[in-house]
Design a protein around this ligand. Structure first.
Ligand SMILES: *[C@@H]1O[C@H](CO)[C@@H](O)[C@H](O)[C@H]1NC(C)=O
Ligand SMILES: *[C@@H]1O[C@H](CO)[C@@H](O)[C@H](O)[C@H]1NC(C)=O
Length: 366
């Protein structure tokens, strides 16, 4: 199946949009090198920057609707033409075509996993569609974020291993669906890797810093946001439905789920939140460049004096010292807490892994 030139052009335009973050990152590194004797910018980054710039000038000269080749499947082109789609979409034309193969004005295909697979491959935003997604029965909703989750508010047909929250809670308690267990999380200090919420507030109070708004990146079923809600703090949770209805669970608890993958720019403006937490989802499995972009995006959304809470980040012990600690250090944040301890499960022991829990404070001005 051939993707035509016209579509490529559209995708290139979209690519430029999604590359603005890289451009911002790279040019800010170039224009305002951090104080002290910082190392020179590596040649591959300079090369990357000039490639992006060259693409942009090329597109400004070329961009004209008349160059579009309209032989692309009409449904795909019609809808992508109206809203931007991410550059990575071009690598998955078949999946994208399948996603756009639907009957307008009727019920959408049951394809939430296809959509998520595309999003996880960096194809985000997805093109929009004119169809109705299936809605489940609305049950009596509870205001308590730790109340048992109502079972019939999820399209369980999509899932194979379990067809209820009760089943998921029993299957693997650490998945975050056992509300009795969740109610105890983030409250106790069992090891130096823990930072209970009471301690977090104490540290912030002592620093005369207020915590009202937060983002929990990769927050699973939303328990951190739930505990913070009890403290009258609004926390939104980015979460994906990897094998379980995490987004639905967060929403059923009366919290805000953001269906946003880790590689996506956070949908918040610069300098607006008081706290960002990264849980275990952020770890050494994330490619280093991606992790670097994630850290700079955290910095972007945090206000001066805001806190970055790294909760149980795991990596190989040797990499923490050589790679991750220097990467985090580049942010120039104050280390309020920095605790490293061995990861003692079988994988941790096999790979010589450690956990890092840190609370870092962004300087008031940069
Ligand atoms: C559009 O693409 C088709 C097949 O890919 C090709 O045969 C045709 O010549 C193209 N038209 C233009 C105007 O480029
Ligand atoms: C949260 O707000 C409610 C209503 O204003 C108040 O009664 C409660 O004490 C607050 N809780 C905390 C932990 O501040």
């Amino acid at each position: 199946m051939g993707i035509t030139m016209g579509l490529n052009l559209l995708l290139l335009v979209a690519m430029v949009a999604t590359n603005i973050l890289s451009l911002y990152h790279l040019s800010s590194t170039l224009h305002s090198p951090p104080p002290s004797s910082s190392p020179p910018i590596p040649p591959h980054l300079l090369h990357q920057l000039s490639t992006i710039r060259a693409t942009i000038s090329h597109l400004t000269r070329l961009h004209s609707p008349s160059t579009l080749n309209l032989t692309t499947p009409s449904d795909l082109l019609l809808y992508t033409h109206l809203s931007p789609i991410a550059s990575a979409c071009k690598n998955y034309p078949q999946m994208l075509h399948q996603y756009m193969n639907y009957t307008p004005f009727s019920t959408c295909p049951n394809d939430a996993f296809l959509a998520e697979s595309l999003i996880l491959r960096g194809c985000h935003p997805l093109p929009r569609r004119r169809c109705f997604s299936t809605t489940t029965t609305t049950t009596t909703l509870k205001t308590d974020p730790f109340a048992p989750l109502p079972e019939n508010s999820v399209n369980w047909k999509l899932y194979t291993s379990c067809k209820s929250f009760t089943c998921l809670a029993k299957l693997k308690p650490e998945m975050g669906f056992d509300m009795k267990l969740e109610k105890t999380r983030f409250l106790e200090y069992k090891s130096e890797l823990d930072l209970p919420i009471s301690q977090l507030f104490e540290l912030a109070n002592n620093a005369k810093s207020v915590i009202r708004l937060g983002v929990d990146i990769g927050g699973g079923s939303g328990t951190f946001a739930a505990q913070m809600k009890l403290k009258n703090v609004s926390v939104v949770t980015t979460t994906m439905n990897l094998g379980a209805p995490y987004n639905e669970a967060v929403a059923l608890r009366g919290l805000v789920p953001l269906h946003v993958p880790l590689q996506q720019r956070l949908p918040m403006f610069d300098g607006v939140v008081d706290l960002v937490r990264c849980g275990r989802a952020v770890n050494r499995w994330i490619p280093l460049t991606m992790l670097e972009f994630l850290l700079y995006d955290v910095d972007r959304v945090l206000r001066g004096g805001g806190y970055f809470f790294i909760d149980h980040f795991f990596s190989k012990s040797v990499d923490l010292g050589k790679v991750y600690a220097p990467l985090i250090g580049k942010l120039g944040y104050k280390k309020v807490k920095w605790a490293v301890s061995s990861k003692t499960d079988s994988n941790g022991i096999k790979n010589g892994e450690v956990y890092l829990t840190a609370l870092l404070q962004k300087p008031l001005s940069k």
